[in-house]
Design a protein around this ligand. Sequence first.
Ligand SMILES: Cc1cc2nc3c(=O)[nH]c(=O)nc-3n(C[C@H](O)[C@H](O)[C@H](O)COP(=O)(O)O)c2cc1C
Ligand code: SF4
Ligand code: SF4
Length: 264
Amino acid sequence: MKTIIFYYTGTGNSLWSARLLAARLGDAVLRPMKGADALAAGEAEAVGFVFPVHVWGVPQPVVAFVDRLALRPGTYLFALAVNAGQVSRTLLQLQEMLARRGLTLAAGYDIVLPSNYIPWGGAAPAEKQQERFAGARAKLQAVAAVIADREPGPVEKGPLWQRIVFSAIYRMTGKQVHRMDRSFWCDDKCNSCEICARVCPAGNIEMKKGRPAWKHECEQCLACIQWCPRQAIQFGKKTPAYERYHHPEIALNDMLAQAGGRSA
Ligand SMILES: Cc1cc2nc3c(=O)[nH]c(=O)nc-3n(C[C@H](O)[C@H](O)[C@H](O)COP(=O)(O)O)c2cc1C
Ligand code: SF4
Ligand code: SF4
């Protein structure tokens, strides 16, 4: 295997991006970060990281994964930071994390797809979603050509104001993410199907009397609220009125595979 792409996803945007890239590269295999061991990169010539931007930075589970992954110096490293329009310092943060280990991020790309951040609003209209899918598809085609040739590319970033203001928020909120699940609740539409518990990559949901209960080890990926087939999970007061979002080409089984540490 020449290229290995590790992915993390809550609503499928990152998995879809990783799949598109892998299809263009031809020599790549996909592996979920969840469940991958420290030696998972093996002898790969190129290693990629594909993940969503969370709170203007690298999600904590991705930080932990990248830090423990054994990487040979000289490996061609690349990343896609999948986001809803504000990549901020995310890729610079990853570049710095790798540099501390003497490794170089050869190329890091900002891939804009629909937002899954339901506390700020529901799914965008279908037409807007399609625009973003088309934009990302075109960009991924160009990105694949750079990666296939193992060329150095850009490490993309947001504007300076975003990097200053929002990176401070990332640092301030980091330790609180686990407990943000206090705002989740479940309404009477729940039919005890347990999909929320099975889809959670953090094992943060247990069923109590047929209803989900959150254990405060949350990664804020939003998979539970977005994949509940009955839209019975809510976050705060506004989500009963919001439409859910997940990438239309990603299936629940793909998400269950990730949660189980298997390739989708
Ligand atoms: C907790 C959380 C924080 C987010 N923060 C940002 C952000 O800072 N900038 C941004 O552009 N999108 C942000 N988003 C949106 C996601 O990055 C975006 O929808 C991404 O495509 C989701 O990818 P996924 O489907 O692979 O999880 C956030 C989403 C979540 C759940
Ligand atoms: S996925 Fe939805 S319907 Fe199923 S158990 Fe969870 S909250 Fe209830
Ligand atoms: S509880 Fe929900 S938001 Fe938190 S990690 Fe699990 S699936 Fe993601």
